[in-house]
Design a protein around this ligand. Structure first.
Ligand SMILES: [Zn+2]
Ligand SMILES: [Zn+2]
Length: 310
């Protein structure tokens, strides 16, 4: 591949390169809701036929959707989750938790999540499997794992979209603000780097060989969205660092679900984790679990009911 570049191997980047584009994130959200025919998706997402069919093809290629002919006679194929994409359930739950914490979304506020095991309405929360403490961005430290190589990545992502998600008339938009913030390759990569302590333009640029105007544009967007705040570290000329806000730190559990998903499903060479995350609170390797805040049980897709209050 001539038009490529390499970055530090990262399960988050691998996961994002597979499912991190806005439309892919939206499709997975819809299928989690049980919307699984082409026409239903098109109506629910307000997406064009061409874009939808492109993303559906891509998601099948990376084994996140399985197409099945409908035997009931309508001849419309249905798209189902695979074991790989069902495993993104944690990520969807943490997306909902973040969206609820930082936005008022009437559609989402009406939805009640019920944990069937304890029969209670709950909020998902992320805890360390070893010490049971809530997981926070500041409590993680990073070291290279056995798979700490470099990844060759494509410079141009064919799955491109410039539409703002705010304009998408998605009816069941459970976490569209999150998708708006992270559903772009560079914004999500920049946020992921910031958890490693990166704060300056040059640091981001060294890791991400993207055009400087694009990087500036994404940093500005993330400041506007309240993910970063600018802090001046030099007066003449005035230069800024980009520090994560509480809202930005609040996205950490979502990124961590993707990291764990990438460790499990996006390790083509079978080398093992590119990066080991340690939970500083207890000193153990961080294995994060998404749990019910009512009974403490680990949440599984078939044990959660979505109630749409009217
Ligand atoms: Zn711990
Ligand atoms: Zn429960």
């Amino acid at each position: 591949m001539s038009d490529g570049f390499t970055t530090r191997a990262s399960s988050i980047n691998r996961a994002l390169d597979q499912i991190g584009d806005k439309w892919c994130l939206l499709i997975i959200q819809e299928v989690l809701w049980g919307i699984n025919s082409f026409n239903e998706m098109m109506e629910a997402m307000g997406v064009s036929r061409g874009v939808l069919s492109n993303r559906l093809k891509w998601l099948q290629q990376v084994d996140c959707l399985r197409r099945e002919e409908d035997t009931a006679g309508s001849r419309r194929p249905r798209y189902h989750l695979t074991s790989k994409s069902v495993d993104l359930y944690d990520s969807a739950l943490m997306a909902i938790a973040w969206e609820r914490a930082w936005y008022q979304t009437p559609e989402l506020d009406r939805v009640e999540l019920v944990h069937l095991n304890c029969d209670r309405a709950f909020s998902p929360e992320m805890r360390c499997a070893a010490c049971d403490e809530l997981v926070h961005a500041d409590d993680a430290s990073y070291s290279p794992g056995p798979g700490a190589t470099r990844d060759l990545r494509e410079k141009k992502v064919r799955r491109r979209s410039s539409i703002s998600i705010g304009e998408i008339p998605s009816k069941r938009a459970l976490y569209k603000n999150l998708i708006n913030v992270v559903g772009d390759r560079w914004t999500s990569n920049v946020i992921a780097l910031s958890y490693h302590g990166f704060t300056r333009f040059d640091q981001f640029h060294q890791e991400l060989p993207v055009a400087t105007n694009i990087l500036s544009d994404r940093l500005k967007f993330l400041v506007e969205e309240g993910i970063f705040e600018q802090v001046a570290y030099q007066q003449r000329p005035r230069r800024f660092e980009y520090h994560l806000t509480d809202k930005g730190k609040g996205l950490f559990p979502w990124f961590l679900t993707l990291l764990q998903w990438g460790d499990r499903w996006c390790d083509p060479e079978g080398l093992g984790q590119p990066m080991v995350v340690t939970h500083k609170v207890c000193g153990n390797p961080l294995r994060a679990e998404v749990r019910c805040d009512q009974c403490g049980g680990v949440l599984r897709a078939h044990e959660v009911r979505f109630d749409l209050g009217d």
